[in-house]
Design a protein around this ligand. Structure first.
Ligand SMILES: Cc1cc2nc3c(=O)[nH]c(=O)nc-3n(C[C@H](O)[C@H](O)[C@H](O)COP(=O)(O)OP(=O)(O)OC[C@H]3O[C@@H](n4cnc5c(N)ncnc54)[C@H](O)[C@@H]3O)c2cc1C
Length: 317
């Protein structure tokens, strides 16, 4: 079922959903199942599975370093299919511009269609770790908007190199990213919102936001989006802080602000066990307020660990 259908069916009730990251290669999918299983009692209608960009590895050969490309966490579509069938839940693969040619993207989407996956999240992806700015892959897309158009074309039978007349067209529900504190490269929040509107005009059906720790950021973002005519559901993405290093790491990686009150409370914690408990408590308060405001779903960034998300969901849902 499509995310938009799940939201419609819920008729105003806030849903519980979450995102997981594929394990590093060499690990068993059992670890992932064990993390997901405790969250299934909260009946998530959909689970997102991230895709990581390729990375360089350097292999020493006769005293010289040979640079090779690898993926540390491959398998997004396979994991989506496995979870979908094991837990009978909709799964959403994240599809990236970076690292994929348009043809590779088409193959991936065809796989998703054959596997009965109804939703995809269309993202540009970040720059590779050695790059300062995102550089489009040769033969790939530069912006998520173009990827959305490619996905949308399939619903009309328009493939990259041919048009196929059939009743069995891949008609994906498409999610895209939104940034309550603006994307790091956008010159202003308003300009970023205009870009978001372009993604929706190209065919995006819903938005999931970057994490935020002050709900007012989300409320203002939704108001500003509605003011410029973005009408699709905007799902808040939230994450409980779990280690004190997050105070530096989250602003650095995601270019977000942390509220003063949260910083003070983290600084008062004696160890990371206390930080984890504080993160859960903060996220419960955030969740309750978002739920009261009628958010379509509360979408948790689980980062592969479910104990804190379960503690939050137990108090909120
Ligand atoms: C919910 C969510 C899930 C994510 N999942 C993943 C994941 O699984 N894997 C991963 O690698 N990353 C993921 N990301 C991170 C994302 O890939 C990065 O934030 C990336 O830098 C931007 O992606 P985007 O899809 O928002 O890009 P875009 O929408 O393409 O925007 C990128 C930048 O370009 C600007 N822009 C857009 N169109 C134009 C234009 N025509 N001209 C000029 N400027 C333009 C925008 O304002 C923005 O600053 C996720 C982010 C979110 C919020």
């Amino acid at each position: 079922m499509k995310v938009t259908e799940h939201i419609e069916k819920a008729a105003g009730r806030t849903l519980f959903s979450f995102e997981i990251i594929p394990p590093r290669k060499g690990h068993h999918i059992k670890e992932l199942y064990e993390n997901i299983a405790p969250l299934m009692e909260f009946k998530p209608p959909f689970i997102d599975v991230t895709t990581s960009r390729e990375e360089y590895v350097y292999i020493e050969k006769k005293g010289l370093l040979d640079r090779r490309i690898t993926r540390m966490r491959p398998g997004t579509v396979g994991i989506c299919a496995a979870i979908k069938h094991k837990f009978d839940v909709d799964t959403i693969p994240h599809v990236l511009c970076g690292g994929f040619t348009k043809e590779e993207t088409e193959y991936l989407l065809v796989d998703c269609h054959y596997l009965g996956i109804d939703n995809v999240m269309a993202l540009r992806g970040d720059a590779m770790s050695h790059q300062k700015y995102f550089e489009p892959t040769v033969g790939g897309h530069q912006y998520a908007t173009q990827l959305v158009s490619q996905i949308k074309d399939l619903s009309k039978g328009v493939y990259l190199h041919n048009v196929i007349e059939t009743d069995y067209k891949p008609d994906f529900c498409i999610g895209v990213a939104g940034y309550p504190e603006k994307h790091l490269e956008a010159p202003s929040l308003q300009s970023d919102l205009k870009r978001l509107k372009e993604k929706v005009a190209a065919g995006a059906d819903y938005v999931v936001t970057q994490m935020f720790f002050d709900n007012q950021r989300y409320f203002d973002f939704v108001s500003a989006a509605r003011a410029i005519g973005i009408t699709v559901p905007i799902i808040p993405g939230i994450k409980p802080i779990s280690v004190s290093r997050h105070l530096q790491l989250l602003p650095q990686v995601f270019k977000i602000d942390l509220p003063e009150a949260l910083i003070k409370e983290v600084e008062r914690c004696k160890n990371n066990t206390e930080v984890r408990a504080l993160g859960v408590e903060w996220c419960i308060q955030q969740s309750k307020e978002l739920l009261a405001a009628g958010a379509p779903s509360l979408h948790y960034y689980s980062m592969g660990k479910s104990d804190n998300i379960k503690a939050i969901a137990t108090k909120v849902f």
